[in-house]
Ligand binder design. Structure first.
Ligand code: 2AM
Length: 209
């Protein structure tokens, strides 16, 4: 099986700039930062597919005709999933050019459907994941004596002075108005390997739009 997804690559200099901007604001006791080499903007997630279908995914990439969706995007504005409640994923949004990636997503989905390749059909929300909230284990004693916190103010690591929700709000404020321009001129097919140290994404092939 191979775990595959289509994404926009983020140029190295932009990835470095994003990491430099985000890093001071993402408390490590609360969040795992996305490693710099893994930063990308997902266009369609195929998930685990049998090896015999991998050539069809490669050929879907090369069958894309997406010249109209070429241009550049502006990334910015910190957000979190879920939008209300305890944040699990922290991301940078698309502040300009979202229609380009939405069109690209639509084109890729059509090609995948034509070729009978399954993909994650959840509504597409363009974003670039920069961090994930660490799971916090409550001790049994605390669980018994402490009432559940309100949504968005979940319990946090004992070593942290802030909750994940408060950390996200603070990041939103600190990085307000910060923008990154990225080219939207090619689509990349990534393979993702899940390792004990986290996911490692490698480039399988890239297609010019
Ligand atoms: P995320 O970073 O926002 O979680 C590889 O896992 C990439 O595919 C990630 O960018 C991930 O998005 C994205 N993706 C989209 N749908 C997914 C799914 N159902 N399971 C895992 N990853 C998914």
């Amino acid at each position: 099986m191979a775990r595959l997804f289509f994404a926009l690559q983020i140029p190295e200099a932009i990835r470095r700039s994003i990491v430099n901007a985000i890093s001071p604001h993402l408390p490590r006791e609360l969040f795992r930062m996305t490693p710099e080499h893994n930063l990308h903007l997902t266009l369609a997630f195929l998930g685990e597919i049998p090896e015999q279908n991998v050539p069809a995914a490669d050929s879907a990439l090369h069958g894309l005709s997406i010249g109209e969706s070429s241009g550049s995007l502006e990334l910015g504005e910190i957000g979190a999933f879920p939008r209300n409640g305890d944040p699990r994923v922290v991301w940078i949004g698309v502040t300009s050019g979202a229609s380009l990636v939405e069109d690209l997503h639509g084109t890729i989905v059509s090609v995948l459907e034509e070729r009978g390749l399954p993909f994650d059909g959840k509504p597409f929300k363009p974003h670039l994941t920069v961090g994930r909230c660490k799971k916090v284990r409550r001790s049994r004693d605390r669980r018994r004596s402490t009432p559940a916190p309100p949504p968005g103010e979940q319990e946090h690591s004992p070593g942290s002075a802030v909750s994940p929700a408060a950390a996200v709000r603070s990041m939103q404020k600190s990085l307000e108005g910060v923008r990154w321009t990225v080219p939207c001129t090619e689509v990349t097919l990534y393979e993702s390997k899940l390792t004990p140290g986290g996911a490692v994404h490698t480039i399988r092939a890239t297609s010019k739009t």
